[in-house]
Write a protein that binds this ligand. Structure first.
Ligand SMILES: [Zn+2]
Length: 341
């Protein structure tokens, strides 16, 4: 399917979804429009003409999670938001995950670093773990100082050296050097990328109803301003849930932790990582969810609470008028407060 065809298909589904919400709720918009969708990040209205790339802001396909981490392009966001919130945090997330893979000696992980020998000579090298977990060093003369490179190569010692931990096995040459572990990934920015993935997953699965939640204003502000410390308490649940919970869920108990729980998988060449992001529900008191996560899950002695979780994924269909409101109706007061766009 061509890009434009795909964008049109997504636009059709989401614009119909928004029509139903306009018909059935008191949601108010600053402008009159038919057949439009909202950018889930800035909440601006976009029409079908905005599917065509132009000098002005327009709709773009958004891979969520990022393509580099195995995501698919099932939603549309506007170009301005895509530029503003996208690349920097996504790159940080990828860097962070690849560094973790390498630090865990995971197969198929790779890291470019400097090796320094006893004389202080430094060479640039790609260090990787192959399919079988063997560590492989590739030295780059091109990216190293020629004198240092020569000294490093010459520091190889020939002879028989016992291999540590391998009784009766010997190596015929030996290098002695230090290697700097990777530490370039910015964990804070990487975590904002996770918040964005969790939030956009909510939009993808629940449709526009997910956006009309005042408690999410702060989340959007944080995603669009990744350098700022807007949400400082933890917004993830550090637990590996069974596979059936990959998708969108609601934590129902304990009540203080009542929130959306959006769970997804990030794929690198080495492994799949499951991440669960908490997002506040529609009720007024849900706005303090992150304080509660900190209080209940981070401060308790063993960091656990008895969580009760309902997965909503199988019951949702944003193209089915009956089901458009199913996520909102789930909240206790049954009357979610919609904000004005
Ligand atoms: Zn936008």
């Amino acid at each position: 399917m061509s890009n434009l065809k795909k964008k049109k298909k997504i636009f059709e589904a989401y614009s119909q979804n928004l029509e139903w919400i306009k018909d059935k709720t008191n949601v108010k918009f600053d402008i009159e429009f038919d057949h439009g969708i909202l950018c889930p990040l800035c909440l601006k209205v976009f029409l079908e003409k905005d599917l065509i790339p132009s000098k002005n802001n327009h709709l773009t396909l958004e891979h969520n999670p990022p393509k580099s981490l195995g995501g698919r392009d099932n939603i549309l966001t506007c170009k301005d938001c895509n530029n503003k919130s996208g690349h920097k945090t996504d790159v940080e997330l990828l860097t962070y995950l690849l560094e973790q893979d390498f630090k865990n000696f995971s197969s198929n992980s790779k890291h470019r670093t400097k090796l320094s020998n006893e004389n202080g000579s430094k060479v640039t090298a790609d260090v990787s773990f192959d399919q079988d977990g063997r560590m492989i060093f590739n030295l780059h003369s091109k990216y190293s100082n020629p004198k240092d490179y020569k000294d490093f190569i010459n520091s190889e010692k020939k002879g028989f050296f016992p291999i540590e931990g391998e009784l009766g096995k010997f190596a015929t040459s030996k290098f002695h050097f230090n290697m700097k572990a990777p530490d370039k990934g910015d964990m804070r920015l990487a975590s904002i990328a996770l918040l964005k993935i969790g939030y956009l997953l909510g939009f993808e699965k629940y449709g526009h109803i997910f956006l009309f939640n005042q408690n999410l204003d702060k989340v959007r502000e944080q995603i669009l301003n990744p350098e700022m410390d807007i949400i400082t308490d933890p917004f993830w649940i550090n637990y590996e849930f069974p596979e059936m919970y990959v998708g969108v869920n609601i934590i129902t108990k304990p009540l203080e932790l009542n929130c959306f729980l959006n769970t997804f998988i990030l794929k690198t060449k080495s492994r799949n990582t499951q991440i669960s992001i908490a997002l506040p529900g529609y009720n007024k008191e849900d706005s303090i969810i992150y304080e509660n996560i900190k209080k209940i899950l981070c401060s308790s002695k063993n960091g656990t609470a008895n969580l009760e979780i309902t997965t909503l994924d199988p019951f949702l269909d944003l193209k089915d008028e009956e089901r458009v409101f199913s996520s909102a109706l789930f909240w206790e007061n049954k009357k979610p407060v919609y904000n004005t766009i």
